[in-house]
Design a binder for this molecule. Structure first.
Ligand code: DAH
Length: 341
């Protein structure tokens, strides 16, 4: 059997050396090393050997297989190199052709918009804070003045992990986490960008979406600071002619609370379908931090006050890019994503 293997090896080696094309090489590979090849056929006879010879022959067969495979690889490279040289010699390679373009990836449009939002607030002296996406009931609701059974909880249909742990429904819990850490130092000036989760799914809602929270605490802070900051933000994001207005609203963690509108980005205020002829588009919720929220997190409401706001990143991105279906952000269609880099 050993002789059989050796003579097969010799023959295979000389045939490989003589091969002229890649196709010939592939045929030789099948002929000698393939499943139905000669090596396999010889090894079938192993059963007839005395047991002590089997490992020796097995080892020899493996070595031959490895050597032949290496030989075939080497020969293949040699043939390719030869072909390339031949093309060059015949002047068939046009070295002046432009190179093949390298396809580079890019950031997701939502990441781009989030970074843009962050840049604007960093420029206004804010820092970036983060909190966990898996949040406790305490920070997500309780510390924001929404005790158990508070009706406002109903507006945020939530994904619960355990009765006291859930996927955060907004970035507002970061407010309480930051205040707890810094109290009673001022000023606090942070934004908290991140993912949030709600049981919602349609053209303008996704179960996972992004928010940017803002929080400022100081001794002298008023609603006009809030309005001025948001005006600057919208003008930098959407253009210098933007205006903002505050409409009275309700959030348990702010008092007073407001919905903030900016002039419609489509018609610039004259009235169109997108703004329902009002000239205004709602972009975020905001207000003065509720005294209960301040005191729960360590700031005496007699001495300190603050404002807070929370905006939806998808909504800002949709308005900025004129996208009318939020699901497009998450459908992973490269034709759509490529348009916004
Ligand atoms: N957390 C609110 C929501 O997701 C948005 C919000 C409203 C955040 C008012 C605030 C605020 O900080 O002051 O619906």
């Amino acid at each position: 059997m050993r002789e059989k293997l050796e003579s097969m090896r010799e023959l295979a080696e000389s045939e490989i050396k003589l091969a002229k094309t890649g196709e010939e090489l592939r045929q030789l590979q099948v002929k000698y090393l393939g499943k139905k090849g000669e090596l396999t056929a010889i090894l079938r006879g192993m059963g007839g050997l005395p047991p002590h010879e089997r490992p020796v022959v097995g080892e020899l067969a493996n070595r031959i297989r490895d050597n032949l495979a290496t030989l075939i690889d080497g020969k293949e490279r040699e043939l390719k190199e030869e072909a390339r040289r031949r093309l060059f010699a015949e002047n068939k390679v046009d070295v002046t052709l432009p190179g093949r373009p390298v396809v580079l990836g890019h950031l997701h449009p939502l990441t781009v918009v989030m970074e843009e939002i962050a840049d604007i607030f960093l420029g206004l002296g804010f820092n970036i804070a983060e909190g966990p996406e898996v949040e406790t009931d305490y920070y997500n609701f309780e510390a924001l003045n929404m005790p158990k059974e508070h009706p406002a909880r109903e507006m945020q249909d939530s994904f619960y992990i355990r009765p006291d742990i859930l996927l955060r429904t907004h970035t507002s819990p970061v407010q309480a986490r930051v205040m707890e850490k810094t109290a009673p130092q001022v000023p606090v000036r942070i934004i908290a960008p991140g993912k949030v989760y709600r049981r919602d799914d349609d053209a303008t809602h996704s179960p996972m979406f992004h928010q940017v929270e803002g929080l400022v605490i100081d001794r002298e802070i008023s609603l006009s600071d809030l309005k001025g900051t948001l005006l600057l933000f919208t003008q930098q994001m959407f253009g210098p002619e933007q205006q903002v207005r505050l409409r009275p609203s309700f959030f348990p963690f702010t008092e007073p609370s407001a919905e903030v509108d900016m002039s419609c980005v489509i018609c610039r205020g004259s009235g169109c379908r997108v703004c329902k002829e009002s000239g205004w588009i709602e972009i975020l919720g905001a207000g003065m931090v509720h005294p209960n929220v301040l005191s729960m997190s360590g700031y005496d409401p007699e001495d300190y006050r603050g404002y807070a706001f929370g905006m939806g990143v998808e909504r800002i991105a949709m308005l900025k890019y004129g996208i009318d279906d939020l699901r497009l952000f998450f459908a992973n269609d490269i034709r759509m994503l490529r348009q916004f880099c």
